[in-house]
Design a protein around this ligand. Structure first.
Ligand SMILES: NC(=O)c1ccc[n+]([C@@H]2O[C@H](COP(=O)([O-])OP(=O)(O)OC[C@H]3O[C@@H](n4cnc5c(N)ncnc54)[C@H](O)[C@@H]3O)[C@@H](O)[C@H]2O)c1
Length: 440
């Protein structure tokens, strides 16, 4: 840490103490400082969270000052990875509340499973840290609502990990559509067929692995014995921790459809069917098969998945087809293609065709956008309002199928469904004591 920064931290701590703000949580030292250093910490080190941390550390001027995980073996491994690749020695924590007491931390990356996103994010905001939280924003509608409020209440930058918003070819596609390149946009068809959506082969419950604090892994989720098929990585196929393919891969793609239509709130009408129609020997609760339609005033968005199949429309296992009056634009992370409509009267194509190939992910761009927002205090590429709108759409689809209602009408004013009490009962998760859904 440079001397200026250390002096600033000391004077900020004194200032907040004299204002009576000190205590378990005090304000971030980064916002508004001339320091060009950013101190980050990671909660949930196994997979994506660590990737996001690496993208931060590659930027330079970013220091990893803390790592937290409930799996002690992973924690040691990741500490050694950070040391080897970046020559840095973060403090290690098994309890995120201890990490958040560290006043040297400016920003926290939340890479935990979805059922933890809300608590990790809200507590971090309360502690004065900015937050990069992975998608989907949370595992329930009420948690998303609280997270939006936390960002506003504590004046924190929150970037939701829907990184395609920071990707050049996604931005190009978005502005082409908004500028009328494919004519009036009427419909967006989205699909995502992935093998992992069918879960793993069932195995009996087992003792908790050495070094794992399983009670802290479960956190607000219901108590239960340990089973590896519902643990690292595969938790996303169980309702207590995740929402299956539609909240996992789905939110990335649904986000692009909503973005093209400048939607910042959840869709009004959700029509959904789905079920577990195959792979009955696999461990999963979330649906292996789903068809969803979100009806808007003047356009329609649809989502389809058949987990365990690897094909799909336009010969792609995942993607979006933006259907306009003049052309269809098909896009995924590998690039995009514009397929023009034919004008019978004029005997010409209604617009020109185009094909652009792409490779690579956009995590680094999204992290760069986060760092720049933390410095400037400007709204990041994917603020909580957007993370919420997309997550609520995906959760509404799951709730429509789980309740058997199939059609749900969302009332944004009351923050509830206007046509189903059964569905409203699923908006708010029941937290296991002593965890409480924060009230803001
Ligand atoms: N943006 C993307 O492209 C992308 C890709 C993959 C995953 N994700 C998201 O990243 C998040 C993590 O997914 P993953 O695949 O890395 O999961 P994972 O299971 O591989 O890793 C989660 C980590 O969190 C740890 N953890 C659990 N509870 C904790 C707690 N209370 N405190 C500290 N650590 C805790 C686990 O031990 C594990 O190390 C999910 O929300 C997922 O949807 C995003």
């Amino acid at each position: 840490m440079n001397t200026n920064r250390r002096n600033f931290i000391r004077s900020t701590s004194l200032a907040t103490a004299s204002l009576g703000l000190a205590g378990p949580f005090s304000q971030s030292v980064f916002a508004g400082t001339p320091s060009d250093q950013l101190n980050v910490a990671l909660i949930g080190v196994r997979n994506m969270g660590f990737g996001i941390l690496e993208r931060h550390l590659e930027k330079g001027n970013v220091n990893c000052v803390g790592l937290c995980d409930v799996d002690g073996n992973l924690l040691e491994k990741r500490a050694s990875d950070v040391q080897k690749s970046f020559g840095q020695k973060p403090v290690l924590y098994k309890d995120f509340r201890k990490l958040l007491e560290n006043k040297d931390i400016d920003a926290v990356i939340v890479g935990s499973p979805d059922h933890w996103h809300c608590l990790h994010t809200v507590y971090a905001c309360q502690a004065g840290k900015d937050v990069y939280v992975e998608k989907p924003m949370a595992n329930s509608i009420a948690e998303c609502d609280v997270m939006v409020k936390a960002g506003l209440r504590y004046n924190r930058i929150i970037q939701v990990g829907q990184q395609q918003r920071s990707g050049k070819h996604w931005q190009d596609v978005n502005s082409m559509i908004r500028n009328g390149r494919i004519g009036k946009l009427r419909k967006v068809n989205i699909w995502g067929n992935f093998d992992y959506g069918v879960g793993q082969t069932k195995v009996p419950d087992q003792p908790v692995p050495d070094g794992v604090d399983f009670d802290m892994w479960l956190g607000p989720a219901p108590d239960r014995s340990f089973n590896p098929t519902r643990f690292h990585g595969s938790w996303r196929m169980f309702w207590d921790y995740g929402g299956g393919l539609i909240t996992d891969w789905g939110v990335h793609l649904i986000d692009m459809a909503f973005w093209a239509n400048e939607m910042k709130t959840p869709p009004k009408v959700t029509l959904a069917t789905g079920g577990n129609l195959s792979f009955e020997n696999n461990a999963h609760e979330t649906y292996d098969t789903m068809s969803v339609i979100w009806q808007h005033d003047d356009f329609i968005v649809s989502w389809e998945h058949t987990a365990g199949t690897q094909g799909g429309p336009w010969d792609k296992n995942y993607g979006l087809a933006f259907v306009g009056d003049d052309a269809t634009l098909v896009v995924n992370r590998q690039g995009y293609k514009i397929i023009p409509e034919w004008d019978d009267a004029k005997q010409v194509e209604k617009t020109s065709g185009l094909e652009v190939k792409m490779e690579g992910e956009n995590h680094g761009d999204h992290v760069a956008n986060f760092i720049s927002s933390v410095k400037s205090r400007n709204t990041p590429a994917c603020p909580p309002e957007i993370g919420r709108a997309v997550a609520v759409a995906a959760h509404a689809a799951n709730i429509a199928v789980r309740t058997g209602e199939n059609k749900l009408v969302w009332d944004e004013k009351s923050g509830a469904f206007s046509n189903s009490e059964k569905a409203n009962n699923m908006i708010r998760p029941i937290y296991r004591s002593p965890w409480k859904l924060p009230e803001l």
